[in-house]
Design a protein around this ligand. Sequence first.
Ligand code: PLP
Length: 475
Amino acid sequence: MTAEYADTASAAYRAALQVVESVEPRIAAATRKELADQRDSLKLIASENYASPAVLLTMGSWLSDKYAEGTIGHRFYAGCQNVDTVESVAAEHARELFGAPYAYVQPHSGIDANLVAYWAILATRVEAPGLAEAGVKHVNNLSEQDWEALRHKLGNQRLLGMSLDAGGHLTHGFRPNISGKMFHQRSYGTDPQTELLDYDKVAATAREFKPLILVAGYSAYPRRINFATMREIADEVGATLMVDMAHFAGLVAGKVFTGDEDPVPHAHVTTTTTHKSLRGPRGGLILAQRQYADAVDKGCPMVLGGPLAHVMAAKAVALAEARQPEFQSYAQRVADNAKALAEGFLKRGARLVTGGTDNHIVLLDVTSFGLTGRQAESALLDAGVVTNRNSIPVDPNGAWYTSGIRFGTPALTSRGFGAGDFDRVAELVVDVLKNTTPEGTSKAKYTLADGTAERVRDASAELLKANPLYPELTL
Ligand code: PLP
């Protein structure tokens, strides 16, 4: 951002906060405080990032006021010409950036994107053939008996996805999410020795289970996936390959993941969030091959509420940013920094799931420090290091207390952190964990040795000061 725009953006925020303050001061105060807190914390949450002021400013407009159910050119409301422009521009950027034949930018979040994608696959592979068999074009024209038979088929399909403790996501067919109630689910894990995806096992499970949908993608797997191999497996068993790249979309956009590691040419349907490594506004996005495009395009009102035009506008701005060469160097730094963080942990004796990383995630097994994930997460927070606890494969402490801490590099890389800074972060984290002692047999309580939190906060403050957040915003 040039100095001219930095001043303009700062003035815009000051004005906006003043206006908010005049109506509800507590909201203006919380917004200001959030900026201060984010500036002052070492944010290592793998799913978070810092969107640019341009992206953030785009969201604060009257585009929010317009109802536009439907899709580009086919709305259930009048006067949607500007929303059509916004949605078209965002979809065009998404298609160009990812090399996809079709893009849908309406999903309000990653979970919503997955739900739209699941329905689109069911509609294309189960509902449409059912209607053709009954000789009708629309569900309303089915007899009650045929409709019941079709509903039975729609509700009895199978989905195969990555297990939660190997790094999969709840929306990949697990019972606490609606996907686990929609589908019969089976999951594939990782090799017990290497903790890496075992493609032969995925193939064997797919042959036996014969899923309609094979889901690839993760929230906490610190490695790349070969999507060409996943597609071969899907093709062999007649499954639709859906890739959820919510976490690593920025590495795809930034051309760090190419060839077999780029899901878009291999998957029938690719879903993502726009706010993690992609560094856009909170939201979701779907890329699809032609065969699924019409069904995805019916996402609203089939699955989603009315599109958030102001957020689609911000997606367009973020996607335009991601098409710039600087984004590619950012994405490369995200991956390089994760390697530096992993090496920093390894050389200090820590154990990492899979022994390292080749994406933006590092998963630290904190049992090597005698701690649960819950204890480690809390002790790190006491010292101003923001992370989240996470299961590790075959986790001895279960999904609540866990045995892992997940680290991600996208946010601090956006602040300008380099490899040397991440080595220092590893040193600080290890300092905290070595000075944390469990209390008795509790999986939650712990004692942090005197002086540790202060020492680590002081050291973090130096790193944060050297890499300021939103330096262009003088607020
Ligand atoms: N898919 C994956 C792989 C994720 O990691 C997440 C969020 O953590 C989601 C989907 C859901 O995204 P959202 O929180 O935007 O609904």
